[in-house]
Structures are given as structure tokens and as C-alpha cells.
Ligand binder design. Structure first.
Ligand SMILES: Cc1cc2nc3c(=O)[nH]c(=O)nc-3n(C[C@H](O)[C@H](O)[C@H](O)COP(=O)(O)OP(=O)(O)OC[C@H]3O[C@@H](n4cnc5c(N)ncnc54)[C@H](O)[C@@H]3O)c2cc1C
Length: 498
């Protein structure tokens, strides 16, 4: 019998541009796709039913695709090590292949346990990177090199035909559909097909207004984050499709292409940020538990449970903060500025530590991605040490980005009949049926800023320079816009499980 390789599906439930599938199928091996729904990961503090549902949806769709191609996947509801031990007894496999996950402490511990199990069973364990992030950390000056070689310098991999042995096909299964919360119908669909559709729709239609339109809660950005987070799209696929679109725009130069080009260039830089922040967590895993800069590890936060509860449930008496928190709980998505604003309000006005707000916020982000999330939380809390300390005033944000109150009134129905201009002055003129602000914004934020500035003034500059050298961003090197070397050929799009 041919060798058998397990493709361990993690945050990469897709068939196109999947290095793990290619690696598993090497040397004509029979491939056994396995997904493990692990209790230890599901019960971690930063996990939620929104995440479980996203992954369930992505893996179910992948399984349907595999079945259409005559294949299947094995869906285990147990810890990965237990699942592999069970499978190994039934179908001794020689290799275990997964993508190189850059996750939190729980997934890291799990990966170590799997690696130890592989060593004990003489199973080769191969991890394939799917981003430019370097395992174990990287000198930041070399970061661009990895981006250029792994993302810019390599076309997305085509779908390949992999073989599945008939004996292993009987291992395919899917647990009965869990009963998801009613709100799940509002959650963005996470499947490979939906990812491709969203990408095309953004590049062909919605992307025109990306630049200049990404701050208002009423306008959407690319909406690709869930696909990148759960792996129904790879960053390379997105980057490559964007470069193709840019090449066409530049070649055709139709009217309005300048706006298009600028929008897509701005979008491309966000893709770099993604790996930049993920690298930060990979290089410094303690980031999950303590501030990246040692001087900011003892900020005197109050962590008042009543204020935390008011923030989580969208009952702070601050209209835009409440609207964003309720929108997040219902849909799992708001844009960057609104995320930054609610974190800034929690840390600076409510004096909640980023550690205290992390579990709830991670849980209501359908696109939760630990590397981006933890880095951004600390930046918006002002504890990174070299970024400017930025306090967002929710009333100013309301005036700037939701002046007519459309978004706010949608999510805070108590305010539906209140004139928009009055929403800007609720502190002085409370509305019956809507809670007055839980804290006085100006005094509380001044107190927190004073603490943070005092730390900043007394912080050791050599320490800041050292933390910056390890984790800070570098100016991107200007280079001619990269052109894809060649377009993927249709005949390379082989079908899986032929
Ligand atoms: C407190 C806070 C927490 C965040 N947590 C997450 C998270 O868990 N997961 C997540 O994907 N994004 C997170 N972000 C970053 C950003 O808000 C989202 O990526 C973005 O809003 C997703 O929408 P989009 O795909 O339409 O973004 P677009 O603007 O269209 O960006 C395209 C892609 O670039 C990446 N990206 C965009 N902005 C950033 C950024 N500032 N930093 C790093 N990568 C970026 C994302 O992968 C995104 O999908 C967080 C931001 C803040 C302020």
C-alpha cells in the first residue's frame, strides 16, 4: 500500500493555495484529511460559539467539496492527540502535515503535544507556513525578505488531484449539526466559495471606495478578515488577485482608475500589517498575558466588574460605544476605527485593563486572530511604549462618522426617536429610558493619560529602543509595483480526488 499522510485541517479549510495539501500528497501518498474539534481549544477563554460556528461552517463546506470529488474527511470531536492515536491504530500513517499555525498558548501547547506524539509513534510531522511569519521570531529587518519570497515571489498553488484510499474513505464522518444561537444567521458566511466571491466582489466593485471610506461604521471594508482568519482564503491569494487587478487597471487606465489604484494600494498595505502583527505574537508569545513593554505592566487599572459588564453588554450610556458593542455581539464585525474606539474607551475611560476586556472582545470578533488582536489591543490601550497614546472621544467619533445617527439608532433602539444632534449631548441632557454615562469621560480619561504619560516620561529609553528594535515596524522599501510573473493556467486547476 502507498504511504498515508494525514492532512490535519486547522485554520486552512480550503483546497486552493494550500501548501499542506501539496505536502501531504507528495510521492503519490494517500491523503487522509482530518479535522479535530478540540474541547481544550473550544473552552479557552478567548474562544466563543462565533468561532466554533465559523470553523464548523468552513470545514463542513470543505467536506462537501471533498465529497463532490469522491473523497471525504474524518471529523473527530476530541483532543488532537487522542484522535491521531485512534486513527493511527486503524490506519497507521507515516506523515502528519498541517499549516504552521501562529496561535495562542492553547494551540501552541496542543501543537507541542502533537509533535511529541509524532516522535513517540515515529510519524513525521511537517508544518507548512501559509504567511510570511517566521517560526520562532525574526530580525525585523528581514521581515520584508520573507514577505517577498513567500507572498510576492510565489504564485498561489493550484488545486491538485490527491488520492484517497477506499479503505480510508470509510473513516469520513460529520457530527450532527450543533444547535447554534439564533443570531448565527447574522454572522458572515465562512467558506472557501464565499471567500472567493467576497474577494472578487471587493476587487471588481466595492474596493473603489476603500480609500477614504473605511472609518465610518456605515461603510464596509473588504470584509475579507474572516476568510483570512479561518483560512478559507490565504493572504497570498488575496495579494496575488489584488496585484492582477492593479495590473489590469494600470494597463487599461479607464476613467476613475486612479481612485481604484489608490484604494487597492492602501488595501495591500493592510495585508502587510496582518503578518507584521502576527509576527509580533510569534516572536513574543507572552504578549497574550502581559504588555509588550515592561514599563506598562503595572498600570493601576480599576477593573471594576460592574463597568466591565456595562461595556460588554453595551450599556455604558455612551451611544456610539453601546451601538458598537451591541453590533459586535449580534454580527461579529465592526471596522477598525470602531474597534479601536471601544478599546480606547474601555481602557482610558472605564479604567479596564486590556487583559480584562480581551476574552469578551475576542469572543465577539468573528475574525478573531490572536496575533492581530493582542497587538492591536495593546496599541489602543497605549501600553506599547513607542506609539502615540491616542484617546478616541466617542462623541467626536459619532459627530465625524455617524452624524445622522443611522448606525447608532439601529443598534440602540432606546435612542431611535432622539434627534441626531441631541445624541452628541446626552451627558448634559439625559434621555428617559437610556442610562446616563457610567463615568465622566473627560475626568477619567485625563486621569489615565496622566498615568500613562508619567510612565512614558520615566521609562528607560534604552528599553523602549530594544522593544522597538524587536517588534516595531520598518518603513517599507519602495519598489516598482510587482507584476505577477504569469497568470495561473487553467489546466493547472486539477480536481481533487479524481
Ligand atoms: C482592538 C482591535 C482588535 C482587532 N482584532 C482583529 C482580529 O482579531 N482579527 C483581524 O483580522 N483583525 C483585527 N483587527 C484589525 C482590523 O480592525 C480588521 O482586520 C478589519 O477591520 C477587518 O475588516 P476587513 O477585512 O474588511 O479589513 P480591510 O481594511 O479590508 O483589511 C484587509 C485585511 O488586512 C488585515 N488588516 C486590516 N487592518 C489591519 C490592522 N490594523 N492590523 C493588522 N491587520 C490588518 C486583515 O487581515 C484584513 O482582513 C483589530 C483591530 C483592533 C483595533
Amino acid at each position: 500500500m502507498n504511504q498515508v499522510a494525514v492532512w490535519w485541517i486547522k485554520r486552512d479549510a480550503r483546497l486552493a493555495d494550500n501548501g499542506a495539501v501539496h505536502e501531504a500528497a507528495r510521492n503519490e501518498a494517500f491523503v487522509l484529511p482530518v479535522f479535530c474539534e478540540e474541547p481544550s481549544i473550544r473552552s479557552a477563554g478567548d474562544s466563543s460559539s462565533m468561532h466554533a460556528h465559523a470553523q464548523w461552517q468552513a470545514v463542513s463546506a470543505l467536506q462537501d467539496e471533498l465529497r463532490r470529488r469522491g473523497g471525504d474527511l474524518h471529523w473527530a470531536t476530541s483532543e488532537a492527540v487522542e484522535a491521531f492515536e485512534r486513527l493511527h491504530r486503524i490506519a497507521p500513517f507515516q506523515r502528519l502535515v498541517s499549516h504552521e499555525e501562529i496561535g495562542n498558548a492553547a494551540t501552541y501547547q496542543r501543537d507541542r503535544a502533537v509533535a511529541a506524539w509524532c516522535r513517540a509513534r515515529s510519524v513525521e510531522y511537517v508544518e507548512v507556513p501559509q504567511s510570511s511569519v517566521k517560526r520562532g521570531g525574526v530580525n525585523r529587518d528581514r521581515f520584508q525578505v520573507l514577505w517577498k519570497s513567500r507572498i510576492e515571489g510565489a504564485e498561489p498553488l493550484p488545486e491538485i488531484a490527491v488520492r484517497q484510499s477506499p479503505e480510508l474513505l470509510v473513516l469520513g464522518c460529520r457530527p450532527t449539526t450543533p444547535s447554534w444561537p439564533a443570531a448565527a444567521t447574522n454572522w458572515q458566511v465562512v467558506t472557501e466559495v464565499a471567500g472567493q466571491r467576497t474577494l472578487r466582489d471587493f476587487l471588481d466593485r466595492r474596493g473603489l471606495w476603500y480609500r477614504g471610506g473605511i472609518s465610518s461604521p456605515n461603510t464596509a471594508d473588504s470584509r475579507l478578515s474572516v476568510h483570512l482568519a479561518w483560512g478559507t482564503l490565504s493572504v497570498r491569494q488575496v495579494w496575488y488577485a489584488t496585484q492582477q487587478r492593479l495590473s489590469h487597471l494600470r494597463a487599461d487606465a479607464p476613467e476613475g482608475s486612479d481612485r481604484w489604484t489608490k484604494s487597492l494600494e492602501a488595501f495591500t498595505s493592510r495585508l502587510h500589517w496582518r503578518d507584521h502583527f502576527t509576527q509580533r505574537l510569534e516572536s513574543e508569545p507572552d504578549l497574550e498575558f502581559r504588555s509588550i513593554h515592561p514599563a506598562y505592566r503595572n498600570v493601576p487599572y480599576g477593573d471594576d466588574p460592574a463597568l466591565l459588564e456595562a461595556w460588554c453588554t453595551g450599556r455604558t450610556g455612551v451611544p456610539l460605544v453601546d451601538a458598537v458593542m451591541r453590533c459586535l455581539a449580534a454580527t461579529g464585525f465592526v471596522n477598525f476605527r470602531m474597534r479601536a474606539m471601544v478599546v480606547s474607551y474601555a481602557c482610558h475611560a472605564l479604567h479596564l485593563s486590556w487583559q480584562a476586556i480581551h476574552p469578551h472582545l475576542a469572543g465577539v470578533f468573528r475574525d478573531y486572530d490572536p496575533g492581530i488582536h493582542l497587538s492591536q489591543l495593546q496599541m489602543q490601550a497605549g501600553v506599547v511604549g513607542w506609539n502615540p497614546i491616542r484617546v478616541y472621544n466617542p462623541t467626536k467619533q459619532l459627530a465625524d462618522w455617524d452624524a445622522a445617527g443611522r448606525f447608532t439608532k439601529r443598534w440602540v433602539p432606546e435612542l431611535r426617536d432622539v434627534p441626531a444632534e441631541r445624541l452628541l449631548n446626552l451627558e448634559a441632557e439625559p434621555v428617559p429610558g437610556y442610562r446616563p454615562p457610567v463615568v465622566p469621560f473627560v475626568e477619567r480619561t485625563k486621569e489615565m493619560k496622566d498615568w500613562l504619560y508619567a510612565i512614558r516620561q520615566s521609562q528607560d529609553p534604552t528599553m523602549t529602543a530594544a522593544v522597538y528594535a524587536r517588534h516595531g515596524s520598518r518603513k517599507p522599501q519602495r519598489s516598482a509595483p510587482a507584476r505577477p510573473k504569469r497568470l495561473p493556467k487553467r489546466d493547472l486547476q486539477l480536481r481533487l480526488f479524481e
